[in-house]
Design a binder for this molecule. Structure first.
Ligand SMILES: Cc1ncc(COP(=O)(O)O)c(C=O)c1O
Ligand SMILES: [Zn+2]
Length: 381
């Protein structure tokens, strides 16, 4: 293989890290970021119709074929009636339900499994709130790499069924994703399987960047005023922010471009990031007894806490929460108002957006992109 066109550095202390066996920063244990030479503006994007179209910005060697199932290039659907209902000038739904296995998690797994396969791992293990496990099962099958998934037994049935249908070994656990993480790490240590947990390896977030590239390109190479992201572990939000930083740094967007304001949407029953943001903290305390039917948001102690809080601080962003009842009602509004098969996470985002407009945090002339991160079908047992 040719020389790697990227290197790894700590996202916090900037210490360099080896590519081989990369996990978190060896000195401060924060997530590692891939860094690249700037991609000159106007460089041809790849001639393919999936997220690897943005290959010049992604961890792919020149002679390498990614593990791909047609992820990304999802529609950005304008929703004028919903915009009027919540009180913003323009609102688009980035519909991530249209990915393989029905969520944005496909993007991260396409990138991370590509790197894990290149490293020759004997198998891959993941702790998941649900959708990441289904995505890994699919990409493991595509790569011919064995997969083991640790998921809460309360994960919606269609998601658990998908994991097994793709041939992965599913361990249903009595607990949340944090408990699953401890079990996955123990299994990785004893088996030699590679643990591919959120932000504990550097490449899932690289796949997530493609959501940022896409919304910018779909809007005509400009950024919206606000990005609303239903956030659990943080790789989606952090990925979009990293992408837009890279577009500005390499001159694809004018140097004076301001990042969108990031609105981190969480469930009231598991809101460690929103609570820490309200307290002005730099890191989040674990959320005791996390409960929400928006399964992807049930992440009580995300490793990305410091990064997420930094993203909000640096972009004049903010966080909000939605009750279970509000999530249900706004999920229905999102689906009925647009025809998008809204997941509860998307409904949470819409609820938080509406509240932020109602209490004046978002101006009525704002242009907003809301992520529907998953598929409603995955939650209909
Ligand atoms: C549908 C859905 N939305 C949102 C999230 C949270 O995403 P992130 O971990 O990138 O914050 C998840 C995570 O599992 C998810 O499955
Ligand atoms: Zn560090």
């Amino acid at each position: 293989m040719s020389v790697s066109p990227w290197s790894l550095r700590c996202s916090s202390c900037h210490a360099p890290a080896a590519l081989e066996g990369a996990s978190v920063c060896p000195s401060c244990h924060q997530p590692l970021f891939a860094t690249y030479e700037p991609v000159p503006a106007g460089t041809a994007l790849a001639g393919r119709w999936d997220m690897w179209r943005y290959a010049p910005f992604l961890p792919l060697a020149a002679d390498e074929t990614p593990v791909s199932l047609g992820e990304g290039l999802t529609p950005l659907i304008e929703a004028p009636a919903l915009a009027a209902q919540v009180g913003v000038r323009r609102l688009w739904i980035k519909d991530e339900s249209q990915n393989p296995t029905g969520s944005f998690k496909a993007r991260g797994m396409s990138a991370a499994v590509t790197r894990a396969r290149a490293a020759g791992v004997p198998g891959i293990v993941v702790p998941t709130a649900g959708n990441a496990g289904a995505a890994l099962a699919a990409y493991g099958a595509a790569a011919g790499v064995p997969v083991r998934v640790y998921a809460p037994a309360t994960t919606p049935r269609p998601i658990l069924d998908t994991i097994e249908a793709m041939g992965a070994e599913l361990i249903r656990i009595d607990g949340h994703i944090g408990d699953a993480g401890r079990m996955a790490n123990a299994f990785a240590a004893e088996s030699g399987y590679f643990a591919i947990s959120t932000l504990r390896e550097p490449y899932r977030v690289e796949g997530m960047k493609t959501m940022g590239f896409e919304i910018v390109e779909q809007l005509g190479w400009r950024v919206p005023d606000v990005v609303v992201y239903p956030t659990g572990g943080g790789e989606g939000t952090v990925g979009i922010w990293k992408a837009i930083n890279e577009l500005v740094a390499s001159g694809w967007l004018p140097g004076e471009t301001r990042q969108p304001r990031y609105l981190v949407a969480q469930a009231a029953g598991c809101a460690p990031i929103a609570r820490a943001f309200a307290a002005g903290a730099e890191k989040a305390d674990p959320w005791v007894d996390p409960v929400t039917h928006a399964a992807g948001l049930r992440v009580p102690s995300p490793l990305g806490d410091r990064l997420l809080l930094r993203v909000m601080r640096e972009t004049d962003g903010f966080a909000g929460t939605a009750t279970e009842e509000a999530i249900r009602s706004w999920t229905r509004t999102l689906a009925v108002g647009t025809g998008v098969d809204a997941a509860p996470e998307g409904g949470c985002g819409l609820s938080v957006l509406r509240d932020a407009v109602a209490d004046g945090q978002i101006a009525g002339d704002a242009e907003v992109v809301l992520f529907n991160t998953g598929s409603g079908a995955s939650y209909r047992a």
